[in-house]
Design a protein around this ligand. Structure first.
Ligand code: NAP
Length: 304
């Protein structure tokens, strides 16, 4: 049975010269639980020490918590201020463009301010990857491109990406950008399989974009599946997990990583041991048969 390729220890971010681990850690939930800067620092160390150098946050993360908008970025900023050497060890990704709960705003004025504010909260001079979090239907892609090219030229942002964009929205923005996109960040998991057949991953491969998968465990549902479909997917993952001595969640990350587009799952856990465990996914070997068995379970019907 032919085996699918294992991920490399590092991969380039899109067509750039930035090397990232094939699995990332996300800080959506960092500002929850009142863990404070010391608790956040432990998690940052857990990721970096495990070999995960790609860290994803957003200005909106934590907006519904105690500190409000910018909370998760500010917490990471405190960690970086206390230990500046950590900055060199990470490829720092953040996002902006949503004013909670609405509207989405990618006007030139707002984009410039959002990026400046993120730099201030994170207490850094440069953001390695700045992503538009959700598309603003009212923003012209040429206008967005002008601002984004400017911030890259100014050295405040190294590379650009998008999240939750449709394929035409991504293509339109990329058309106008001088500094082309390097990433796209849709929701992808064994429970969210649209991207495998709707062309998004094909577009990513065609344009040389790195796809980053948000909620790779379906927001945690795969760890405690309830519906018949979720249970069927979990069982298909368990076959490989048990055969290779890893947890189901590790099998889920590795299932995404086996795709030829080089999907980078973003671990969502805020527990040090679970973050570190995620890197076991680099060694899990998939056959076509096992891979398709998970897909079929998620489809809920046989392949044509
Ligand atoms: P996820 O991995 O699908 O879910 C993580 C959740 O599952 C956590 O609450 C975690 O809790 C829980 N969980 C339960 N058992 C677990 C286990 N055994 N191993 C790992 N986690 C377990 O990811 P997510 O948090 O929804 O999203 C991941 C990242 O994607 C975010 O941090 C963010 O960077 C990105 N994201 C982006 C968007 C976007 O629109 N671009 C949207 C959502 C998320 P514990 O913390 O207790 O482990």
């Amino acid at each position: 049975m032919s085996e699918l390729q294992l991920p490399p220890a590092f991969r380039p971010l899109g067509k750039s010269d930035i090397a990232v681990s094939p699995i990332a850690w996300g800080m959506w939930r960092l500002a929850e639980d009142g863990r404070g800067a010391a608790g956040a620092a432990k998690l940052v160390h857990a990721a970096l020490d495990a070999g995960i150098n790609f860290l994803d946050t957003a200005d909106i993360y934590g907006f519904d918590g105690a500190g409000g908008f910018g909370d998760a970025e500010a917490l990471l900023g405190e960690v970086l201020a206390a230990e500046p050497a950590l900055r060199e060890r990470m490829v720092l990704a953040t996002k902006g463009g949503i004013l909670p709960p609405l509207p989405y705003d990618q006007s030139a004025e707002y984009l410039r301010k959002a990026i400046e504010d993120s730099l201030t909260r994170l207490k850094v001079d440069v953001i390695d990857l700045w992503q538009i979090h959700r598309p603003d239907i009212l923003a012209h892609p040429q206008e967005m491109a002008r601002v984004l090219d400017d911030v890259v030229a100014s050295g405040k942002v190294r590379k650009l990406g998008v999240s939750n964009f449709t394929m035409p929205q991504l293509a339109a923005l990329n058309h106008f950008l001088g500094e082309k996109l390097v990433t796209t960040q849709p929701e992808i998991s064994p429970l969210r399989i649209d991207c495998f057949e709707n062309g998004e991953l094909d577009q990513a491969m065609m344009l040389g974009l790195t796809p980053m998968a948000w909620s790779p465990l379906g927001g945690g549902r795969l760890a405690a599946p309830e519906s018949a479909r979720d249970i069927a997917v979990a069982e298909a993952l368990d076959v490989v997990a048990q055969a290779q001595g890893v947890s189901r969640t590790v099998a889920a990350y590795s299932w995404l990583m086996a795709h030829p587009a080089g999907i980078i799952p973003i671990i969502g856990s805020q527990k040090a041991e679970r973050i570190a465990e995620g890197t076991q996914a680099l060694t899990v070997q998939w056959t076509r048969q096992d891979w398709y068995a998970v897909l079929v379970a998620a489809r809920g019907e046989r392949l044509p």
